[in-house]
Design a protein around this ligand. Structure first.
Ligand code: XIL
Length: 401
């Protein structure tokens, strides 16, 4: 359970207890006065307690004391030699920053390749590639690998309504909707893969097929509701038919590596392999938001996938600083956790890349999109808000030749 929700539940329980007691005290004539004071106290103290839960805490930036080893090589050169894709989401401006360019060798456009951003606003089925082209072309000209994210993602329509495919489908008779959605999905895959042919060589074909509640069920997305589980198979087959030269990934967010979703994801990819559905890899997003899954479990999970002959990439890594709040040096603890993830990947030949969902703590999607359930400090990235390197940067520089 998220820490914030836990604290809020406790506050709520205490509030109810105090509130009920004060009402009872007020009703009893003898204790009326004390009842009013208790009520007043409850009304004042509750919002203060709630504020305290959300109040940002900060930790000492111990990394300012760290120093780099003597080396003429940039981290990017070292990672290139190690044969590891090391990436971040990036805009055109980010990619040109020396800090960024000397660190990462791979980028993922954060939103520019999603249906939401490729389709013209409110004109489902019509495309505008200008934004995406400027990111992808700049990245390629600067020598970055580009991860394509993403062709089919239910949440984009169901949660973000970008675009709202249900609203679109509802304009058609019920018996036609399945076919219309199939055509739209196929057209999207064809158009996007055709456009980026030869440029983007790895794509998340389907993103987040499972439900967030970790019950092992598929997320009831618009695709699932009309096409069933089959939509996943259809998307991969179509992508392969359109461009058989690219790597096709299934990308998923897992809160742990032993729960129902993690298990069913393995069952799904096994089934895909058995049925000859073209799939080359599994992307483990790794937004570590509410609890830190044990590193050994990640290792075992990655092995389970690679034993099926599939590749793995960590595709959207961020582990919130607050989760390391009880450590003496949270920044170092966070870096060590990342370092272990990187080691697991380096030690498995089929684990080919690690991408963070950001590079500077100044721009963090969790601060923006999840502020109510993940209050600050989140600070999950390699550089702080002033672009100063954090501990992981030093650790990697030291250990990589
Ligand atoms: C997020 C972006 O970072 C946000 O800017 C946007 O508002 C919503 O999507 N899993 C994914 C990513 O696969 O595409 C999401 O990106 C984060 C969660």
């Amino acid at each position: 359970m998220p820490t914030v929700v836990f604290y809020l539940l406790i506050i709520f329980a205490i509030f109810i207890a105090l509130f009920v007691s004060s009402i009872v005290l007020i009703i009893i004539k003898k204790t009326k006065k004390i009842g009013f004071y208790t009520l007043l106290f409850t009304i004042i103290i509750t919002p203060i307690a709630v504020l305290l839960v959300f109040m940002p805490r900060s930790y000492t930036p111990t990394y300012l004391e760290l120093s780099l080893p003597d080396s003429t090589k940039t981290l990017r050169q070292k990672l290139d030699s190690a044969g590891l894709y090391f990436g971040s989401i990036a805009t055109v401006t980010d990619m040109k920053l020396p800090r960024f360019a000397n660190t990462f060798n791979s980028i993922t456009p954060e939103n520019a390749l999603k249906m939401s951003d490729l389709m013209k606003k409110d004109r489902i089925g019509e495309y505008d590639f200008s934004q995406a082209d400027s990111i992808v072309n700049t990245a390629l000209s600067l020598g970055y690998r580009v991860r394509g994210h993403v062709l089919v993602w239910g949440h984009l329509s169901d949660k973000y309504k970008l675009p709202d495919l249900d609203e679109y489908l509802n304009k058609f008779p019920t018996n036609e909707r399945k076919e219309i959605l199939t055509k739209l999905m196929y057209k999207h895959i064809d158009t996007v893969l055709h456009h980026f042919r030869g440029k983007i060589k790895i794509w998340d074909v389907v993103n987040e097929p499972f439900d967030y509640s970790n019950n092992g069920n598929y997320f009831q997305s618009v695709y699932y509701r009309y096409l069933g589980e089959e939509y996943i198979y259809m998307a991969f087959k179509r992508a392969y038919a359109k461009d058989s030269t690219i790597k096709l990934y299934l990308n998923e967010q897992l809160g742990d590596y032993t729960g129902k979703n993690a298990q069913n994801l393995i069952i799904l990819v096994k089934k895909m392999k058995e049925q000859g559905v073209p799939i080359h890899g599994v992307g483990i997003q790794s937004h570590i938001l509410f609890h830190i899954p044990p590193i050994e479990e990640l290792k075992a999970y990655i092995t389970q996938i690679t034993e099926l002959g599939l590749e793995v990439e960590i595709t959207e890594l961020d582990a919130r600083l607050r989760l390391f709040g009880t450590y003496k040096d949270p920044y170092m603890a966070q870096a060590q956790y990342y370092n272990e993830i990187i080691d697991i990947c380096r030690n498995n030949p089929l684990c080919t890349g690690i991408t963070f969902w950001g590079y500077t703590d100044k721009h963090c999607w969790i601060d923006r999109d999840m502020k109510y359930i993940c209050p600050k400090p989140n600070e999950p990235y390699l550089f702080d808000a002033h672009l100063r390197p954090k501990p992981l940067y030093y650790i990697l520089h030291k250990k990589l030749p």
